[in-house]
Design a protein around this ligand. Structure first.
Ligand code: 13P
Length: 260
């Protein structure tokens, strides 16, 4: 059985005091929710402070990006060596990085390989643009992104990978995909991984939905059989709403108990 995973991607929001206040507003009840993996992804500068605060709890830490080189003259970049030991997860290939910072499938793949080899679990983001969606290209675009991201990874490596299907038109727009639509694309991602590796590897793979997830619509996604959680942007900046997203996930996926 796949353990559901809800991650909050805070994007370029919160300074250190704000990040700590946000954690304070949810940590104790969040820690008490069982049967769901909970991940907070603050900006780099707050990783240490948030990491210290959540130490000893069931809440895990993730970074939002990473370069693939270990060290050297790459001004402004953060390496896997710096993140290893500090956090558990790293979001890679987010569409905002692809769009605003020119990240290609090839670069995302190098980052994925670097993350895996440093025992960081990548949350690999894939998803089509509005134009691609309207032209009926969703499946082919997503399939290509998945194949490219996994180049060079062994079946064992893929056990330590999470995917997030984030249609670009749904990110920050308030216009989420439908549960059924997201389930279909996530099923396609799983089938693609089954084709590249084997059925067992694909069945073990956790795949999130992301894009305008809220406490109001999370249930629609979590009820779908292929969807193993969510990558939450805006709603993860509100402690109470993020808690309600995680609580509903625990309740719907069955394994969870909620302690408040
Ligand atoms: P929103 O939830 O704000 O749409 O952002 C989704 C996202 O990009 C998460 O990585």
């Amino acid at each position: 059985m796949r353990v559901p995973i809800i991650a909050g991607n805070w994007k370029m929001n919160t300074n250190i005091p704000e990040a700590l206040a946000l954690v304070d507003g949810m940590l104790s009840p969040l820690d008490g929710i069982k049967g769901v993996e909970k991940v907070l992804c603050p900006p780099f500068v707050s990783l240490q402070a948030v990491g210290d605060k959540i130490a000893g709890t069931s809440v895990r830490l993730g970074a939002q990006n990473m370069y693939f080189q270990e060290r050297g003259a790459y001004t402004g970049e953060i390496s896997p060596v710096m993140l290893a030991g500090l956090c558990h997860y790293v979001i890679l290939g987010h569409s905002e990085r692809r769009q605003h910072f020119g990240e290609t499938d090839e670069l995302v793949n190098r980052k994925v390989q670097a993350a895996v080899s440093h025992k960081l679990v990548p949350i690999i983001c894939v998803g089509e643009s509005l134009a691609q969606n309207e032209e009926g290209l969703t499946n082919s675009v997503v399939r290509l992104q998945v194949k490219a991201a996994l180049q060079g990874l062994s079946p064992d490596d893929v056990k330590n990978v999470v995917f997030a299907y984030e249609p670009i038109w749904a990110i920050g727009t308030g216009k989420a995909a439908t549960g059924q639509g997201a389930n279909a694309v996530i099923g396609l991602i799983r089938a693609t991984v089954a084709g590249l590796y084997d059925r067992q590897t694909a069945q073990g793979l956790r795949i999130q939905y992301g894009g305008s997830v809220t406490a109001t619509n999370i249930a629609e996604f979590i009820r779908q059989p292929e969807i193993d959680g969510a990558l939450v942007g805006g709603a993860s900046l509100k402690a109470e709403e993020f808690l309600r997203i995680v609580e509903q996930t625990a309740q719907i996926k069955g394994a969870g108990t909620v302690s408040r």
